[in-house]
Design a protein around this ligand. Structure first.
Ligand SMILES: Nc1ncnc2c1ncn2[C@@H]1O[C@H](COP(=O)(O)OP(=O)(O)O)[C@@H](O)[C@H]1O
Ligand SMILES: [Mg+2]
Length: 158
């Protein structure tokens, strides 16, 4: 299992698009993918909602951060693709967690707790991060084997 986080301290550079397209590519290669949306703007979650998937009442990444001792709580959205969706109050949840010890390692603790099952179930975990260096992006970076940081989607020459 490999964990790949899409990270840039800038919005609109293609993080979410690349994370989604990379997952779709891996799906065609028969790889099992877990996506994690750590951005309160929910763009990745919204991409699946646009495909008529309804996450209301489903567990979100806020549940993982609030309780790193939870088990696997992802939602299967397509063949070989599952997601832990985001929630619009994720920033508030992050603010509440800001005084916790190890607050940058909450996702890491959840990974450690579930590593065996994650390893058995998934080939790739792909994490979409917010465009800022905050508690949420730090959690996503702390678990990553690789970080992909898109520079931008527009040429600086035109
Ligand atoms: N390779 C690309 N070429 C052209 N437009 C792109 C490309 N990747 C993303 N976009 C567009 O750029 C905008 C921002 O992309 P997005 O993935 O949401 O960025 P981020 O997650 O970094 O904020 C979207 O409208 C998206 O459709
Ligand atoms: Mg995004």
């Amino acid at each position: 299992m490999q964990v790949i986080s899409f990270m840039a301290i800038k919005g609109g550079v293609g993080k979410t698009t690349m994370a989604f397209q990379f997952a779709k590519f891996l799906q065609t290669q028969d790889q099992k993918v877990l996506m994690i949306d750590l951005d309160a703007q929910k763009s990745l979650t919204g991409t699946f909602e646009n495909e008529h998937f309804n996450f209301s009442g489903k567990p979100t990444i806020a549940d993982v951060l609030e309780k790193p001792s939870s088990g696997l709580i992802e939602t299967q959205v397509q063949d070989n693709i599952a997601i832990i969706p985001s929630t619009s109050n994720l920033e508030e949840v992050a603010d509440r967690l800001a005084s916790k010890p190890n607050r940058e390692l909450l996702l890491f603790m959840w990974f450690v707790k579930n590593v065996q099952e994650l390893n058995q179930t998934y080939d790739y975990i792909i994490i979409d991060l917010p465009p800022v260096w905050n508690l949420l992006s730090k959690n996503g970076v702390a678990v990553a084997d690789k970080i992909i940081s898109p520079y931008g989607t527009k040429s600086i020459w035109v």
